[in-house]
Design a protein around this ligand. Structure first.
Ligand SMILES: [Zn+2]
Length: 656
């Protein structure tokens, strides 16, 4: 027995050493100076938060409501603690009695009290405790304090209460509210709007209602899309800064990119058989189609899209419907739309980590989740800060309908962020200074940039190097819009490279003069590497990359590409070029580029300046290949899009 105890002690000692070693392994910066915990906490308490999500009833509305009846303690026991109370066995009829103000206050408290005691361990309950303590000075809600608490809540509802709670207490600079089509007071709020009604349709009457609302007579799917466009425009006119989707409450969040034909077939069916209920499976192609149209609009107007994932409020919903990995196709298909994935995807935090890590357009929004479980947030924030860039995490959105709880939530969010960052600093993972910068990002700057508030944004054009006049600026303008690329080419190949084992540098084919160097004759056919070869017309994809290997299914050869551009005048023009491997370029018959090299494609890797003549200018490129990829790209630095590229659209092989 004794030996066993001794060996257990030894095991404990060894595991202690092991733990110390593990934390030492990831220490990358010097350990902080004493007092860092307090300094980090203070710095985080000083941050003016951008609150990414609320459903707040505005103050005027609450003051109106107060005229109809006094507020009491039940004010603090609404969303979301009521979900936990129900989970603990608080029946709807009991809840109705507690909310019934005709019954004596103390009796109502006594009915609620056992459920409160059973539930007070949860994250939601922290909000109630913090709000009662900090805003009303009530340390313990019980039979002795409940009347005083009720009185204080009722007295607090005066003009200015929201300012006191949101600004003075919670230090929330702005809240992004999801309360419908509104024009909120921008001193406190900005807003997002939902277009879920255009997606979650099952019947002609729902469609017609939307038509009436937006004054579009709906006869077909196109009309319905027009109505959506009008609703969206109304949102823009009201200054909405994003789109919200709460459809995870209604359906699985897989939105396939269905064809218009498929969507139209469903639309027509819904329209013709209104009386018959239609199943979700039947109507899904239409719903999915409309989600994609909403995303088209978000893309067109560069608005972020907030999507509910994970836990549903109110219980009784299918959690598997709201797994964030179901959205992957949208992340791929809309790379320019910023997706703010809500609620830390509780309980899919690990999946969310992968999505936010891999997709530049996926952002973690921790709204609501800090009260669902502070520890979950701690655990995942630790993980996310190791796996995901810090500019992709927003750490606070209250998600409440009343300010007291938004305040309570903000206290919890600050404390979770402070705790995680303090631990990271303590272990030497980051410095104290870095930790504070990360906190400012998480609680403020990321939201400002993503929603483009207060003049902030992630637009790279704001960088001094890209905004001051010069070639870098001009080049950036072209690169960011993908413009200036020559995408229309005539191509002929493969011609022999002239060597088997590439012992000569360059290979003989690089300098051998093949027919295209003498004369461009699209009707001609020549002896190629493997039989007669002719010119063929090729249009590149958006990338502008002309991929010879996929054209010829072989390499170790020479290819020619030819393009014509029309200039309105005589001018100097910069071209950029990249090729795999080396290349020669002739403009109007003059050799302007001659570089043999076994290299990979670098986009815009080389730059050269050319004298263009008025009218047609001829560009001939010769590219060699040894192995692997065989490709090229060319771009004109033509800021005003004045040079036209000949598209060869009328050309048929052998007809020129
Ligand atoms: Zn919400």
């Amino acid at each position: 027995m004794k030996t066993q105890i001794r060996s257990l002690k030894l095991l404990g000692f060894l595991s202690l050493i092991f733990v110390i070693n593990i934390s030492a392994q990831i220490q990358t910066v010097e350990l902080p100076e004493p007092g860092f915990e307090e300094r980090i906490e203070k710095a985080i308490d000083d941050i003016w938060i951008i609150d990414t999500h609320e459903h707040l009833a505005f103050e005027e509305k609450m003051l109106e409501q107060k005229k109809k009846g006094d507020f009491d303690f039940t004010h603090l026991f609404k969303k979301y603690i009521d979900d936990d109370l129900v989970s603990a066995g608080y029946l709807p009829m009991v809840q109705q009695m507690v909310n019934n103000k005709s019954l004596p206050l103390i009796d109502r408290w006594e009915i609620l009290e056992p459920f409160w005691q059973a539930t007070r361990n949860t994250g939601y309950a922290r909000v109630v405790i913090i709000a009662a303590r900090d805003l009303y000075g009530i340390k313990e809600i019980n039979a002795e304090s409940v009347e005083q608490l009720s009185q204080k809540i009722n007295d607090s509802y005066q003009t200015g209460w929201y300012k006191k709670v949101l600004k003075d207490n919670a230090k929330i600079d702005l809240s992004i509210v999801d309360v419908g089509h509104v024009k909120p007071d921008h001193e406190f709020y900005y807003h997002v709007e939902r277009f879920d009604r255009f997606i979650s349709v099952f019947s002609a009457s729902e469609i017609n209602d939307l038509g009436k609302k937006y004054e579009v007579e709906i006869k077909n799917l196109d009309d319905f899309v027009v109505a959506l466009g009008k609703a969206f425009q109304e949102g823009l006119d009201y200054g909405m800064i994003g789109v919200k989707s709460g459809l995870a409450y209604k359906r699985e969040i897989i939105y396939e990119n269905t064809t218009k034909t498929d969507a139209e077939a469903v639309f027509n069916k819904v329209f013709s058989e209104d009386k018959k209920p239609i199943s979700f499976e039947e109507v899904k192609p239409l719903q999915d189609f409309m989600m994609h149209r909403v995303l088209d609009l978000a893309k067109e107007h560069d608005l972020p899209v907030q999507i509910h994932t994970g836990l549903h409020a109110g219980g009784k919903n299918e959690i598997r419907n709201s797994n964030p990995t179901l959205l992957t196709n949208l992340f791929n298909e809309y790379p320019n739309v910023k997706f703010c994935i809500f609620h830390s995807s509780y309980p899919y935090g690990a999946e969310l980590s992968v999505l936010a890590k891999n997709y530049p357009n996926v952002f973690i929004d921790m709204c609501w989740s800090q009260v669902i479980s502070p520890y979950y947030c701690e655990r995942y924030l630790h993980e996310w800060l190791e796996a995901v860039p810090a500019n992709k995490i927003m750490a606070f959105g209250g998600d409440y309908s009343h300010v007291e709880s938004a305040y309570g939530h903000s206290v919890m969010a600050r404390s979770v962020v402070a705790k995680v960052l303090t631990e990271k600093v303590k272990g030497g993972y980051i410095t104290e200074d870095e930790a504070i910068k990360v906190a400012i990002r998480l609680l403020r700057d990321n939201a400002l940039e993503i929603f483009k508030l207060k003049g902030k944004s992630r637009d790279l054009s704001r960088l001094p190097a890209l905004s001051k006049a010069g070639y870098t600026h001009d080049f950036w303008q072209m690169v960011k819009t993908g413009s200036g690329l020559i995408r229309h080419w005539m191509v002929i190949g493969p011609f022999p490279i002239g060597t088997e084992n590439f012992t000569e540098e360059p290979p003989p084919g690089f300098h051998k003069v093949y027919p295209p160097e003498k004369k461009i004759n699209f009707t001609g056919s020549y002896a190629g590497e493997s039989g007669r070869i002719r010119w063929q017309k090729v249009t590149t994809g958006k990338s502008g990359i002309l991929d010879f290997k996929s054209m010829f299914h072989r390499g170790k050869a020479i290819v020619y590409a030819y393009a014509e551009v029309i200039s309105p005048d005589k001018r100097k023009m910069k071209f950029t070029f990249g090729s795999d491997a080396g290349a020669k370029i002739w403009i109007n018959g003059k050799l302007v580029y001659n570089e043999h090299a076994w290299r990979g494609l670098g986009m815009d890797a080389d730059i050269f300046e050319v004298d263009l003549i008025k009218g047609k200018n001829r560009i001939l490129v010769k590219v060699e290949d040894k192995m692997y990829n065989w490709e090229m790209m060319m771009r004109m630095i033509d800021l005003n899009n004045e040079i036209k590229v000949v598209e060869w659209q009328d050309y048929q092989p052998g007809t020129l």
